[in-house]
Design a protein around this ligand. Structure first.
Ligand code: NAD
Length: 266
């Protein structure tokens, strides 16, 4: 199935985890992809090689280094992208970071950095992509990587929660503003996924069992399961969907504590 054949796609933070899986899946579905990374050139190169191996037909995959929170670097990245591919069809705002800290002790620098990467970055990249979409005159798609923490508060991760809540409004506002120009803007909100961002528990049997005990489906998700949702939203099969967040979380947002009717005494 090559639902993305010939589409030119920029994926931010694609040197590991979900971004890497999205890059591989998109290449498999026929897209030309730019693999953005900030640190870890080896990871980006590994993504490029995996994407090349996954292809079923002709297509290109290039690596582009840039800090998505930096306006100058983002503009330069889009210039390189257009030089390389000629036009852009899809932007995947995937890059994201988090750092635990009690909110009353969080440094301003950490707060600003997390907002910079997770919220300013998607704005800067969306602004560039929208400019090209409008100039090209054939629409386009933006898909943001949000989180279940778009709606579930995450104590000790205040700035992360703020950014994911903010992404919901970025998604809905841009979707409404540009719906008339054939531009769709959506988000995917993963639950607990096995990626490097979760090194604190993925390789620790006890900690992982603790995390998974909260998930109605009883297990953490795989990056490939999230990449599949991105591929759907980027494809023409989602041609009438805009302004939405699709939660791919094994049921985490279903108030799992209510699995038994404890509040009614049954
Ligand atoms: P990850 O740490 O493997 O991926 C994060 C990526 O962002 C890395 O490739 C990193 O290099 C890149 N990045 C960091 N700072 C950057 C910057 N300034 N500029 C460009 N790239 C930068 O973890 P992941 O789980 O794959 O995270 C990807 C996205 O998925 C994030 O937005 C995260 O919030 C979201 N998410 C992950 C989970 C999960 O459980 N893994 C759940 C919900 C949402």
């Amino acid at each position: 199935m090559e639902r993305l054949k010939g589409k030119n796609v920029l994926i931010t933070g694609a040197s590991s985890g979900i971004g890497q899986a999205v890059a591989v899946r998109f290449a498999k579905e026929g897209a030309n992809i730019a693999i953005n990374y900030y640190r870890g050139a080896e990871g980006a190169e590994a993504t490029r090689q995996q994407a090349a191996a996954a292809r079923q037909s002709e297509g290109r995959q290039v690596v582009m280094q840039a800090d998505v929170s930096d306006e100058t670097q983002v503009k330069a990245m889009f210039d390189s992208f257009i030089n390389e591919f000629g036009s852009i069809d899809v932007l995947i705002n995937n890059a994201g970071i988090q750092k635990p800290s009690h909110s009353h002790e969080m440094s301003t620098a950490d707060f600003d950095r997390i907002l910079g990467v997770n919220l300013r970055g998607p704005f800067l990249c969306a602004r560039e992509a929208l400019g090209y979409f409008l100039k090209q005159g054939r629409g386009g798609a933006i898909i943001n990587n949000s989180s279940v923490h778009e709606i579930i508060p995450k104590p000790k991760y205040l700035s992360y929660s703020i950014t994911k809540g903010g992404l919901e409004n970025l998604t809905r506002t841009l979707a409404l503003e540009y719906a008339g120009q054939g531009i769709r803007v959506n988000s995917v909100a993963p639950g607990a996924i096995v990626t490097p961002i979760n090194l604190a528990w993925i390789n620790d049997e006890k900690a992982r069992a603790g995390v998974e005990s909260h998930i109605p489906m009883g297990r953490a998700g795989a990056s490939e399961e999230i990449a599949a949702v991105f591929a759907f939203l980027a494809s023409d099969e989602a041609s009438y969907i805009t302004g939405q967040t699709i939660f791919a979380c094994g049921g985490l947002t279903l108030f799992p504590e209510f699995r038994s009717a404890w509040a009614s005494g049954e």
